[in-house]
Design a protein around this ligand. Sequence first.
Ligand SMILES: CC(C)(COP(=O)(O)OP(=O)(O)OC[C@H]1O[C@@H](n2cnc3c(N)ncnc32)[C@H](O)[C@@H]1OP(=O)(O)O)[C@@H](O)C(=O)NCCC(=O)NCCS
Length: 293
Amino acid sequence: MAGIEVVRSIERDGLAEVDAFLDRLSRATGHPALGEQQWLDLNGGGGAGFLAALTRDADGGLAGYAQAVRDGERWSMELAVDRELPADDVARAVLAGITEEGGREVALLLTNAGTAEDALAARLGLRPVRDVHNLRRPLPPAELSSIAVRPFRPHADEDSWLRVNNRAFADHPDQSAWTPEMLEARERLPWFDAAGFLLHEEEDRLAGFCWTKLHDADGRRLGEIYVIAVDPDFEGRGLGRELVLAGLDSLWRRGAVIGTLYVDGSNARARRLYERLGFTLDHVDRVYVGALS
Ligand SMILES: CC(C)(COP(=O)(O)OP(=O)(O)OC[C@H]1O[C@@H](n2cnc3c(N)ncnc32)[C@H](O)[C@@H]1OP(=O)(O)O)[C@@H](O)C(=O)NCCC(=O)NCCS
């Protein structure tokens, strides 16, 4: 495909250029141009199971980027393009690369999905299978939490956190199989702050947690509830609500003026909890899948 470069790894200079492009798009749109796992794969240097396509404008500047990583049988793919650029060609270049690698199925995540994104996915032969809702609310929260929380202790709390997380999310495909390596990779990221990773204990064990993340977008300081869960043994006692309030208060005290989180569209229980706490829908990210031939 003319003008589109497909690569299997990205070296240091190229990485700086892609990161700067993604950063510019993220700031312009107010939401991350590339999901965190894909960003970690990109910054890990690529290699086996990694594919990216780059397209440039008339001045040679990066204008579109598509990336896919192998995830078992399936490849996970994301796209980041300048608004006016048709994304079809850069997407098709990656899809062709996946087919060459023997990939048979792709899951494409498009952020802020609307009719244009649905139409793009349909042209690529992909169908929508899952919505992820981004909810927001202004800070501070109207109420304070009434439960005790303490910060996560690196090199001490990993095993108990992994156990509770993977038990609580047993029915959620992306969230139930965290490994020590995945957790440690996050602990090394610049945004990681143990003071905003709140644990609540009962009966001498971890009962639930609210892990928060601060980021700048569009000049407003966003505070994200990054992962929240209650161990199944402690569900339905009001801990989820208290943990949301504790997380929002922590984000507010560290400078965030808007609270945000991502929740699976099918997670009716969690969505109801957040809506009762004043969160409203900001946008929907959508996953599309399809077989490749
Ligand atoms: C979502 C979650 C954090 C809620 O925690 P929780 O401590 O059970 O929640 P609470 O007891 O505070 O109850 C929250 C709401 O769920 C309702 N609820 C509690 N137990 C329930 C049950 N067994 N079935 C259906 N609804 C239930 C409560 O009535 C409450 O609703 P309300 O505000 O309309 O009264 C918890 O279920 C969980 O960890 N789920 C798996 C991980 C997850 O989905 N995390 C959120 C991802 S964004």
